[in-house]
Each structure stands twice: as C-alpha cells, then as structure tokens.
Design a protein around this ligand. Sequence first.
Ligand SMILES: [Zn+2]
Length: 115
Amino acid sequence: MKITDIAVHAGGIDQPYKTLGEITAKVSKASLFSSSRTIEDVNFKLQEEASALGANAVINVSYSRGMSLMSYEVLKAVGTAVVVESDEVNCPFCAETIKRVARKCKHCGSDLAAV
Ligand SMILES: [Zn+2]
C-alpha cells in the first residue's frame, strides 16, 4: 500500500475499523518569507505516521495553526490511526466474495447465520 493511498477523514467513517492510536503531525514554515504550509503537507506527514503503525486510514482529523518559539508558523494535525476492515469477506463454504453482513451466500446458498 502506498502512503498516499491512506485515507484521511475529517470525521468518522461508517465502516468497521480497529483503532491503533492517536497520531500527530506538524509542519512549519522554513523561514519567515517562505509560503505557508498547506493541509496537503501536513496530511502527507499524517499518512507517513499512519503507515508506520500499519494503519490504512486516519479519522477524526483536526487541524490547528499557531506560532511557536522555534518556528515561524506551525500547522498541526491530530487524528486517530485506524485499520478499516473491508465490508466484504469470503464465504467459508465456496470462498466467493460476499458482504460481511450476509446471512446467506449469494453464490452457493449456504446458510451463514450459524457460522
Ligand atoms: Zn458460498
């Protein structure tokens, strides 16, 4: 998986996921006269952090801008690194791809409620 494939969501998601932990990323202007860092810059840092943890998405991301003593302008992002589970699984009987919430396999007709 490429780092840029990691999804960054400002809010939550409605798919099942496993929480790995909170991550933060910070970028700052190189000098007083260079252009401000963008959300894209800090998102990439966030994706790098998430990738290092083995996450495939970052949710509940919030951004804040501020000044610090050590840098001219700081853009900070805080989010939760998660592993989003696919909403599709393989049927235990015929191995075809089916919805996770399926009660009956659409390919082989097996009853999945008991599994
Ligand atoms: Zn099946």
